[in-house]
Unconditional design. Structure first.
Ligand SMILES: [Zn+2]
Length: 252
């Protein structure tokens, strides 16, 4: 069975010079499924052009919380029109980020809520970004019940369980391989395997032993293997479960 990367940005500038090598390394490491995240029309356009004979790419588009100040009605409508596109199978990453922006919480919540409403209307899952905003995120995700994954989850294991109770998936990144990682390792023990996903969020958050370098989808294997080691489960059955979760979440 293959590995997968449930959240990557290989449509980022960081990959413009050697994307084909990056894709070949994915194939070589059996990473044969990936969700490419776009937060602008340019990124979406680039993402749709990424192809490799041995890899299945899927696409998600969303208004990033850090960008909401630039969103007027026109722009919002352009995004929502594209959400109806068959190639756009998820809406994200969307959510709340109070780490980078504390002064526009109302606008962030408004754009987030409107996208959650669209996800319900269009019956498409959402990919959630939440930073320093977990309680507000939780409250809105409780209000708008949809299909969702908490991407790059970095809050407490207790809170992770609350999201799981609402039926949501929790996706862990390479940070759980880092030396000082404690809470992510509690998270993987506390939540059921059928609600767990893994991702790179590349080009950021590079797992050990490559920390410090640019991240890429083939490195998701380090994160996957670390989880197997910690939970004493065999890789093959873990990969089977991951694929089931991914397909279920994204309706594949
Ligand atoms: Zn991301």
């Amino acid at each position: 069975m293959n590995w997968l990367d449930s959240h990557c940005h290989i449509n980022d500038e960081a990959f413009k010079d050697d994307l084909n090598d990056v894709l070949d390394r994915m194939a070589l490491n059996d990473v044969s499924k990936a969700m490419i995240i776009s937060n602008s029309f340019e990124e979406y356009e680039r993402a749709l052009n990424i192809k490799h004979p041995k890899i299945s790419f899927k696409h998600s588009l969303g208004i990033y919380p850090g960008d909401v100040n630039e969103i007027d009605e026109d722009k919002f409508n352009q995004f929502s029109k594209l959400y109806e596109d068959n190639k756009c199978i998820a809406i994200g990453e969307i959510g709340l980020d109070y780490y980078w922006n504390k002064d526009n919480k109302d606008k962030q919540k408004e754009i987030f809520e409107r996208q959650l409403e669209l996800s319900i209307k269009l019956n498409k899952p959402v990919i959630i970004h939440s930073r320093d905003a977990i309680q507000d995120t939780y409250d809105l995700m409780k209000k708008y019940r949809t299909k969702a994954v908490m991407h790059c989850y970095s809050d407490s294991a207790e809170m992770a369980k609350e999201f799981v109770k609402l039926g949501y998936y929790i996706s862990l990144s390479g940070t759980l391989t880092w030396k000082n990682a404690k809470e992510p390792l509690r998270v993987i023990r506390e939540i059921p395997l059928d609600k767990l996903l893994i991702e790179t969020d590349c080009p950021y958050l590079t797992p050990s032993p490559n920390r410090g370098k640019r991240n890429e989808p083939s490195y998701v294997v380090y994160t996957g293997k670390k989880i197997c080691e910690e939970l004493h489960i065999d890789e093959e059955s873990f990969k089977i479960q991951l694929n089931k979760n991914y397909d279920e979440l994204f309706g594949l």
